[in-house]
Design a protein around this ligand. Structure first.
Ligand code: MG
Length: 361
């Protein structure tokens, strides 16, 4: 009897030791005196990466370590480092935060992938949309034809196929439709993303709104150019930096969401749209963010955008990821990342792209 008992204990011990706790994901709960907190975290071997969010903002995790189902990390706020430690048991996490030499305890719950964090859901999308001042309309000069790729460019679309791209959803071949030297969003198949990763670069891309487009505001030719898409790279849902693509020819929307905006951050300097049926051109110069060795932000990303030959973003300092709800933040350190084109899912007719090339620098 005793032997059987020892065996059961041994099996239970081996089982619990071999099933590593799944720490990666989004965790939400309260610590101390009712302070709402969200952790967006991911393990990389024995390292823990990610961010901590409270109602007052997001902070990068520094010096994160994982050991079995326990972990520890630091966040730096107001120049002081605040240690965190915790332990995961299934879908629950116990967390201890040391702040100004006092300990605060709490329990967090793992959120499902489609579940909004309570911090985000307390904000509404409209809270980060503004409508004035409206950028003035500048009519671009005539479109003189495609600008051919220079000798050192990586050609991301040459009119023939989408071999440089893959489906973001399943990593398989891109399912958008190539025809007559251009390609068109195949709605419902999801975003497409480059197979190659990029850091700092110059990008040329052409896009066209269908002549008979219907709809209004954000529901009219919506797509997006994600300058670096970290969602798959860092396993953080909806984490990218976006230049908006939208039909804003006689179609008002919130100005920090119109074509040429850094979505939900900065409106374009002017509205440089060509009318539906004509080709729009973006020439983008992008500098990726830099991170310190400890994972904290060293310098934010910067972007210059020329729309149809007209400057619309002038070395703009990107505030963090593109947040549809809530505030932008740099959630985790990263290097090179793919570029993504968005299948937005608005009900209007699908838009097209062509002549895409990139020069790394
Ligand atoms: Mg968009």
């Amino acid at each position: 009897m005793k032997k059987i008992f020892i065996l059961i204990v041994l099996i239970a011990f081996i089982a619990s030791a071999s099933i590593a706790a799944d720490i990666s994901g989004r965790w939400s709960g309260k610590v101390g005196d009712n302070i709402e907190i969200v952790l967006d975290i991911k393990t990389e071997g024995k390292k823990l990466l990610g961010s901590v969010s409270t109602a007052s903002g997001s902070m990068l995790i520094v010096d994160g370590k994982v050991s079995g189902d326990s972990f520890s990390f630091t966040v730096i706020a107001d120049g002081k480092s605040n240690p965190y430690k915790g332990k995961v048991e299934g879908e629950n996490m116990s967390l201890t935060v040391t702040y100004q030499e006092k300990e605060y305890n709490g329990t967090l719950r793992k959120l499902k992938s489609n579940e909004l964090s309570p911090l985000a859901s307390r904000m509404r999308p409209q809270m980060t949309e503004y409508w004035e001042p409206v950028p003035k309309i500048v009519t671009p000069g005539p479109y003189l034809g495609m600008v051919p790729a220079p000798s050192d460019a990586v050609v991301l679309f040459d009119g023939k196929d989408l071999s440089q791209w893959k489906s973001k959803k399943d990593g398989g071949d891109a399912k958008w439709k190539v025809e007559n030297g251009l390609f068109t969003v195949e709605k419902g198949t999801g975003d497409i993303t480059t197979r190659q990763k990029f850091g700092d670069y110059q990008l040329h891309i052409e896009w066209k709104i269908p002549e008979d487009i219907q709809g209004q505001s954000q529901g009219r030719g919506n797509s997006g150019l994600f300058l670096q898409d970290l969602s798959n790279e860092l396993n953080i849902p909806e984490y990218w930096y976006e230049v908006q693509i939208l039909d804003n020819y006689n179609n008002p929307t919130y100005v920090n969401g119109q074509a040429g905006s850094i979505y939900k951050q900065n409106p374009p300097l002017v509205n440089a749209m060509r009318k539906p049926g004509e080709w729009n051109v973006y020439d983008v110069s992008y500098t990726a963010p830099r991170f310190k060795e400890d994972g904290s932000l060293f310098s934010p990303a910067r972007v210059t955008v020329i729309h149809n030959g007209i400057l619309v973003q002038d070395n703009y300092e990107i505030k963090g990821h593109t947040a549809y709800i809530g505030l932008p933040a740099y959630k985790a350190a990263h290097g090179k990342a793919p570029i993504t084109l968005q299948d937005h899912g608005d009900p209007s007719k699908a838009i097209s792209f062509r002549n895409i090339w990139i020069r790394e620098r």
